[in-house]
Design a protein around this ligand. Sequence first.
Ligand code: ADP
Ligand code: ASP
Ligand code: MG
Length: 815
Amino acid sequence: MRVLKFGGSSVANAENINKIVSTLEERIGKEKLVVVVSALGGITDALINSVAMASRGEELYKEELQKIENRHLEMVKELIPISQQSHLLSLVKRHCNEIEDICSGVFLLQELTPRTKDRVMSYGELLSSQIISAKFQSEGFKNKWTDSRKIIITNSHYEHAVVDFELTNEKIQNYFANSVESFFLVPGFIASDINGITTTLGRGGSDYTASIIAAALNANALEIWTDVSGMMTADPRLASNAKPISEISYHEAMELSHFGAKVLYPPSIQPVMEKNINLIIRNTFDPDAQGTLISHQLKSSDDEKQIAVGISNMNRIALLTLEGSGMVGIPGISAKLFQCLSHEKINVILITQGSSEHSITIAIEEKEALRAEYAINSSFADDINLKRVYAVKIETGLSIVALVGESMKSRSGVSAKMFGCLGNNGINIRAIAQGSSERNISIVISEKDSKKAVNVLHEEFFETEIKQIHLYICGTGNVGSKLIQQIYNQNAYLRENFLINLRIAGISNSRYMLFSDKGIAQEDFLIWNQLGEKASAKEFADEIIHRNLRNSVFVDVTASPDVPEIYEYLLKRSVNIVACNKIAASSDFKKYKTLKNTARNHNCNFYFETNVGAGLPVIGTINDLIKSGDQIQSIKAVLSGTLNFVFNHYDGSRTFSEVVAQAQQEGYTEPDPRLDLSGTDVARKILILAREAGYPLQFEEIENIGFLPEECMQGGVGDFYAKLTAYEDHFKNLLNNAKNEGKILKYVAEFENGKAKVGLQHIAPDSDLFHLYGKDNIVIFKTLRYSEQPLVVKGAGAGADVTASGVFADIIRSI
Ligand code: ADP
Ligand code: ASP
Ligand code: MG
């Protein structure tokens, strides 16, 4: 004897039912089979909706009922040969007329009792099971339709009736012992009370029907056929990487379903567990898939087992907290609390109590929160008056996420790992519970974080293979487009060798933005601004926060002053920031510090290595020196690739203006070259280095000995080139003065004794700064440890390619 249950989606339409027939045809006759079915997918909801409309006096309920009827009539026509249809069509009509009669009564009274609701819901399973029974009959598979209301007896708690196992087991055993047939079709979900009034077993209760029958009959196995290939490591609708679990213990399955793994109705495990009957979850749409075996004996040893078997989650949760000094040491307070909830039939999902006993917190379904509040406050009215406890505190909009696994009890550090990865993703935990069985750790978080939390945990505990990184790239100019190219080119390598997968989840420039949670495909990037929507930096940030994806990195490859304005907002939501934009790190010291602190407080990173020396490891070097206890005593540097390029190429054969234009064309200058020529850009860089070295310097404190005539700074970029040409003599003089001393011109930044200055200097051939070619940068550090021979970093310090690769390196470092 074997019991099989087919759920709503397995019987949703004729095509699916035909799949069931072909799956079962081989097995019928070989072993006694009891097949339990749910209502056609969506019908229970539709029935509830219709009768609820009727109770509100909405006449449109009739149209809803008509749809329900049509769906069943269509089903009969599609499944059964015409010659055998009439009996079944009239059965459907008869049942639907009954539903209509009940609903019209409800409409007149405008009152819907749980008992009537159960009656209406029962038609879903009554109809589906009789149609499917007739389908098998028409295919030549003789079967006996069995009204489960005759064999499953419950109390009269409508909608959630409690089974009387003694009576039920006896009835089931008698019924099947006295039947000669070997194939039975049974409606799930429905039962009756001792007076024969229809009851139901709770939403999703067809699983329970099947389990009750399997246990009563000591079946060889219970098979639950559904629309996924087993119990999965997480809800597949939330975590696309969820995988079927091949085997799991009854207790683990119970914990997973208790905390929301909808694939199994929680009470269904108990009856088969007591009889040690294997429960197998299988996929109607992929009958060859192995599915999940739920049993006592697991094949794998403890060592082989994963720490966790699955993650489940439940939304629409409320937390109730009862608190007060009167709770300490007074026995019976929790008993009173739970009695009061049980009296109201409110199901408690999770409980936590601090060891101080000062407060107790419970999680319940949000829809029960108001009822619970009223009941608790009434029951504790005296204690509240005497100020022994406060009125109960209610928080809504929450979710429970539970990590489940038997092996957790024998491993240390599971909760540290769990809380660590949630913290890194800015997920705030409101309450924690760990059962003494240590089979699960459950947390309560804001509902808007639940999808992210499930994915973060899934990645941490089940996907040791690949970590998904979500990148939001702001800026698609020279550096931005190079970076995007590098990411596309490098991703396969990173996946293979470093187990990280970079997804460009969003791109924006000053006009448009485009998002894709799964990553923007390379071909879409080519036309991205045709696909994108109008945007501003703030809107881009809002959308990033709204999407709330794990391991997010915001990359600022603009020079815009607007973009740094959103850093703090993003950091507060634990989005890492990587910037080649220097404005934030060189802004007011307080702001720079706030950003760094915000990043630290929210477990994320703010990196800007490319602010100085493009891809050269300058800031990282300072950080390493400082962290290891060294002290920076002085810095001498040529930090402007642009100025270096300009003075290396300006030899008198071409005008200064022509050389600057070339530097701009080759992409070495800031969009406005005056930022480079005025020394502002160099001043910002030495400022950032000094700050990273631990000095709270402000921009205004930097001495800037400029060489650009005042007039060149006025007007737009176009006028600027004309003015440079007009001042050619001035530049020629600067050049000749240096030449006459046998030296060359370099724009040098210096930091010593807490002071910084930048300006044009004459450099002799024996100086470290002399042999710098093209757009090279050099940074010379003198430190406590590098006091005699300085530490020197030198190399190309400008250019889109090297800057993009510096940004790329920061991205990888940031996660
Ligand atoms: P049925 O109609 O067959 O009873 P349900 O809709 O009740 O099916 O349950 C199956 C659904 O449960 C799946 O489609 C899946 O979306 C959802 N689900 C949630 N958590 C899990 C999980 N951990 N494993 C498998 N399915 C899950
Ligand atoms: N049809 C019922 C429901 O939708 C029972 C079930 O599907 O298990 O809740
Ligand atoms: Mg179900």
